[in-house]
Design a protein around this ligand. Structure first.
Ligand SMILES: [Zn+2]
Length: 250
């Protein structure tokens, strides 16, 4: 069925993966419609609030969150950096997209990388600069901040892709700034995970205005393929998360 929605602050988009314009309605949460593409089965909020509306929610949702469990986040960041470094023999420039306070940037620097971070939410960046002494943190989106072509050996984006308004623009940028042999590491909720509740609407990862997209390995793979990228490794996740490493496809 086609979805119609008349709130002018909402925008209706074609499926970012297959371009399809027909969606099956799944449920509403906080008046936002969760739908599934009829052609490729991608799950998303559609129509969804405008980007300006979404960004407004970020300050309230995320402010003050950086210090919470900082020790745990630091350890996790270091684990992630060491794993990628050791698995792929990487060195050079590391960009963490959606870096918040910059724990991954800090960990990358401690392992010999030149660490860079970018985030649209200013509070975390301020904390990272002040408390962690990080200078390479920038506010904005990838599209706004034009990094040089083929600049990064590693790009990480943990719990980011489900928030990004224009997925294809995002991946075009990732591909452009990634070195030919570079690696991208992504983590996002996995809608096909065995621990996702059978009554789908009760899954706590369904977050109106925040999580715009709900991937599984198949839909993420198709989106990457469309953007000339490919999954080279998937790691087991005990929580309902999709953890993949990505490279250029061609
Ligand atoms: Zn589709």
């Amino acid at each position: 069925m086609s979805v119609s929605y008349k709130n002018p602050e909402f925008e209706l988009i074609p499926c970012p993966i297959c371009g399809g314009q027909e969606f099956t309605h799944l449920f509403h949460k906080k008046k936002e419609p969760f739908v599934r593409c009829i052609q490729c089965h991608f799950t998303l909020i559609n129509p969804r609030p405008s980007f300006e509306q979404i960004v407004k929610t970020y300050d309230s949702v995320y402010s003050g969150n950086y210090t919470k469990k900082a020790g745990k986040k630091r350890k996790r960041a270091l684990r992630r950096v060491k794993r990628l470094k050791n698995s792929y023999g990487l060195f050079g420039n590391w960009l963490d997209v959606g870096c918040s306070a910059g724990f991954v940037v800090e960990a990358a620097q401690s392992q010999g990388f030149f660490g860079y971070g970018i985030d649209i939410e200013a509070g975390g960046l301020a904390y990272g600069k002040k408390e962690l002494g990080l200078s390479n943190l920038i506010e904005g989106t990838l599209g706004e901040h034009q990094y040089p072509n083929q600049f990064f050996d590693v790009i990480s984006a943990y719990d980011v892709i489900e928030h990004v308004p224009d997925l294809n623009l995002f991946l075009t940028e990732i591909k452009r700034i990634l070195k030919p042999h570079g690696i991208v590491d992504i983590g996002t909720p996995d809608i096909a995970h065995w621990r996702v509740p059978k009554k789908l609407s009760t899954w706590n990862e369904f977050k109106p205005s925040e999580h715009l997209y709900y991937f599984n390995k198949d839909t993420l793979g198709k989106l990457l393929e469309k953007n000339n990228l490919k999954i080279v490794n998937q790691r087991l996740s005990l929580k309902p998360g999709l953890k993949v490493t990505i490279s250029h496809a061609t």
